[in-house]
Design a protein around this ligand. Structure first.
Ligand SMILES: C[S@@+](CC[C@H](N)C(=O)[O-])C[C@H]1O[C@@H](n2cnc3c(N)ncnc32)[C@H](O)[C@@H]1O
Length: 223
């Protein structure tokens, strides 16, 4: 644990990684959603999120004139959304930094041969040789606390994909914990070179609001 000059408590990357390893020991959706919320709400919000992600991948298909061939899921957790993404895509490459989350995701997707998993930190990703048609990133970048590392990560994401579905909290009734940063869609757009928001929806989670934005990148974004 560190303290900034202003007296704010900050946490290190290793502490954040440890917290996700701990959270992976919870049960069901509580591993990737708030344990303070009732299971029925977590299930309902998950259904809504799957529908939003599927709709935005459908918009990508409309714009490309074909189904997305290769989709990157950044921070897939236990695979809560992965089958919904796979249903809209040729292949899915899903990454997460927490091995026990990935174990659960692999089990959830064992019937989906077009999904592959990789244990890697989003903030250590390198751009692929060939851009993904789309990427999906739900409630992950808010856990990258270091602003300069977030900026680097956003640059790599913009270089790695033609479209991005980004879901992050923009309003929370209670202050977010020391494990997260509340940022607006505009904050992310500023950090994503070449970003243009082409669709924006809202996901309500017990009164807390997340934006769900479909972002398009120009052909040479970030390059
Ligand atoms: C709130 S969960 C969301 C999981 C999934 N996107 C979903 O909506 O169900 C956050 C996930 O991101 C992963 N994560 C957090 N920071 C990460 C990072 N820097 N790189 C890769 N994965 C990360 C955690 O291990 C966890 O599985």
């Amino acid at each position: 644990m560190n303290t900034t000059a202003g007296g704010l408590e900050t946490v290190t990357e290793e502490e954040i990684a440890g917290q996700w390893r701990e959270r992976a020991r919870r049960s069901g959706l509580r591993r990737v959603m708030r344990s303070s919320q009732p299971d029925s709400l977590n299930t309902g919000v998950t259904e809504r999120t799957r529908a939003v992600v599927a709709a935005q991948l459908g918009l990508v298909a409309d714009r490309l004139g074909r189904r997305p061939r290769h989709v990157l899921e950044i921070g897939c957790g236990i695979g809560r959304l992965t089958p919904a993404i796979a249903a809209q895509a040729g292949r899915v490459h899903a990454i997460d930094m927490t091995p026990a989350m990935l174990d659960q995701a692999r089990a959830t997707c064992r019937h989906l041969p077009a999904v592959e998993f990789e244990c890697v930190r989003a903030d250590r990703m390198r751009p692929p040789r060939e851009r993904f048609d789309a990427a999906v990133c739900v409630w992950v970048l808010m856990h990258v606390l270091d602003e300069s590392r977030l900026a680097d990560t956003c640059r790599v994401i913009a270089e790695s994909t033609r479209y991005l579905t980004l879901v992050e909290y923009e309003h929370a009734r209670v202050p977010v914990s020391k494990w997260s940063r509340l940022r607006s869609l505009e904050d992310y757009v500023r950090l994503l070179p070449g970003a243009e928001v082409v669709d924006e929806r809202m996901i309500d989670y017990g009164g807390d609001r997340s934006f769900a934005a479909l972002i398009a990148f120009g052909e040479r974004a970030g390059r």
